[in-house]
Design a protein around this ligand. Structure first.
Ligand SMILES: *[C@@H]1O[C@H](CO)[C@@H](O)[C@H](O)[C@H]1NC(C)=O
Ligand SMILES: *[C@@H]1O[C@H](CO)[C@@H](O)[C@H](O)[C@H]1NC(C)=O
Ligand SMILES: *[C@@H]1O[C@H](CO)[C@@H](O)[C@H](O)[C@H]1NC(C)=O
Length: 456
């Protein structure tokens, strides 16, 4: 409370006053400092942007008062509490991404009791001394260790971080360490069920021990991209967003994709994927966004991938991206899906331009970058925009369309003929003789024969 009052006071009294030495010209570097209102807390936040300043070490005299400091894109090599200690009650976010950090002193984070977010990504850290390193960070909610050189982490390392919700350990060398038993996350790393976002991309993982995510019932965003999975691994039932891109999946099926909360699924960048079979996404009741892009060998996308599509069924899917695959065609039944979507991307596939593709022309407005939806076969139509195909381009099927039109014309012509004929008959009955010359034979017995007798 006192902290809040203090901050508001500072905000009111010193609107344009600098809050820390690193915001002035008195030090060798000068960061860009500003204040803004935190959207969540509605408190004024004091931010120092010290990125891209060729720093090789932390500046001296970082005083209290700053809430967020961004040291990204510098050349800092160590975080050492003895050389450059960092003490601040106010600091909530600390960003060290894209530096040359290879060593982090175990005491470095001892005096930052309110730190909520720490980004150490894109450095050269290969190990942390022991689990005391995060001991004094009870409020840390987001931790990014991605793009480093970790092979292992100290046992119980995340034990003090009971509030940790976001963890990114992607692109390290921890595959073997992380898959040695099914309880690594829970018992060795001591992650809690409070975890909601976990990114484990690029770790060389082939498979996960059964029950690997047991207990992580709040996990909503899970990324396992750029690993070596050949089968879709079992993930928590709570997951809403799942990224399996860049793996070696060849088989996608409803048995493995049985997550009723899943809203966003990404299956991009897989040369092994050739077919999306019937009912592959049938069990994803909540699916809103599906991304399957950059799978050059994906030739077939079943007309039943979601289920039978018809105009009477309402679909929840809002975004479908099938860009840069090897698809030749897409069944016309997808028109029922496309009618109400926010984003459909079919660009840069080798579409076959025949009668079966012309239905796409009805969705010119729905398609993302529709000018990139082009024919690949037959060769004389290569690179032609599908939405601009003319009757003369696809000869064999446009006549069929015209056929229907000519039927309509025929019906109109026939009806008119009938009307004219009726009129004629009526006319003939009403004014039988006058209009007709003697060319017409009339029976001698006819009551209308009178005038014709002249001829005889
Ligand atoms: C601080 O340094 C910048 C550029 O180096 C200069 O433009 C500015 O006038 C200096 N401000 C003060 C208060 O010296
Ligand atoms: C989850 O976080 C809350 C604080 O937000 C904490 O009190 C609780 O102990 C945490 N749960 C576990 C299992 O650590
Ligand atoms: C689309 O799918 C339906 C249902 O399986 C099938 O009858 C039809 O022939 C398919 N159309 C094309 C052009 O492949």
């Amino acid at each position: 409370m006192f902290l809040k009052l203090y901050r508001i006071l500072v905000f009111l009294l010193c609107l344009n006053v600098v809050y820390s030495d690193i915001c002035t010209n008195t030090t060798s570097i000068r960061c860009d400092c500003k204040e803004y209102t935190n959207i969540q807390t509605h408190l004024p936040t004091f931010f120092a942007d010290c990125s891209s300043r060729f720093l090789t070490e932390l500046p001296e005299n970082i005083n209290d008062g700053l809430n967020v400091i961004d040291f990204s894109i510098n050349a800092i090599e160590t975080l050492d509490a003895n050389k450059r200690p960092l003490n601040s009650e106010d600091l909530e976010e600390l960003i060290f991404g894209y530096n040359n950090i290879s060593h982090v002193d175990v005491n470095f984070f001892q005096n930052l009791p309110n730190l909520k977010k720490l980004d150490l990504s894109n450095n050269f850290i290969s190990s942390l001394e022991n689990s005391e390193i995060f001991e004094k960070l009870p409020h840390l909610a987001r931790l990014d260790l991605s793009f480093n050189s970790f092979k292992t982490l100290p046992d119980f390392i995340f034990n003090p971080l009971v509030k940790l919700t976001h963890l990114d350990i992607s692109y390290n060398y921890m595959g073997a360490y992380l898959t040695q038993s099914k309880t690594v996350l829970e018992k060795m790393l001591c992650l809690t069920p409070n975890l909601t976002h976990l990114h484990m991309d690029g770790l060389g993982i082939k498979e996960l021990p059964a029950g690997y995510f047991d207990g992580f019932n709040n996990l909503k965003d899970l990324s396992l991209a750029d690993n070596e999975f050949t089968l879709i691994p079992a993930v928590p039932y709570s997951v809403e967003q799942l990224d399996l891109s860049g793996n070696k999946l060849s088989f996608v099926s409803a048995n493995y994709l049985n997550y009723h909360s899943l809203k966003v699924l990404k299956l991009n960048r897989m040369v092994t994927l050739t077919v999306i079979p019937h009912y592959a996404f049938y069990n994803l009741f909540a699916l809103e966004k599906l991304f399957i892009t950059d799978c050059p060998n994906l030739k077939e996308f079943s007309e039943l991938a979601f289920d039978v599509l018809s105009k009477d069924i309402d679909h929840h899917i809002k975004v479908l991206s099938l860009a840069r695959n090897g698809l030749n065609s897409l069944n016309e039944s997808y028109k029922y899906l496309f009618r109400k979507m926010e984003h459909v991307d079919l660009t840069l596939n080798p579409w076959v331009c025949d009668c079966n593709i012309l239905w796409l022309q009805n969705f010119a407005l729905e398609f993302f970058r529709s000018h990139e939806i082009r024919c690949h076969y037959p060769s004389e139509l290569r690179l032609k925009k599908i939405l601009e195909l003319q009757p003369s381009d696809v000869k064999d099927c446009y006549p069929a369309i015209y056929g229907k039109k000519s039927h309509r014309v025929l019906i109109v012509v026939l009806s008119m003929t009938v009307v004219v004929l009726c009129g004629l008959i009526f006319y003939l009955l009403r004014y039988p003789i006058k209009g007709l010359s003697g060319k017409h034979r009339i029976s001698p017995n006819s009551p209308y024969g009178l005038t014709s007798t002249e001829e005889q």
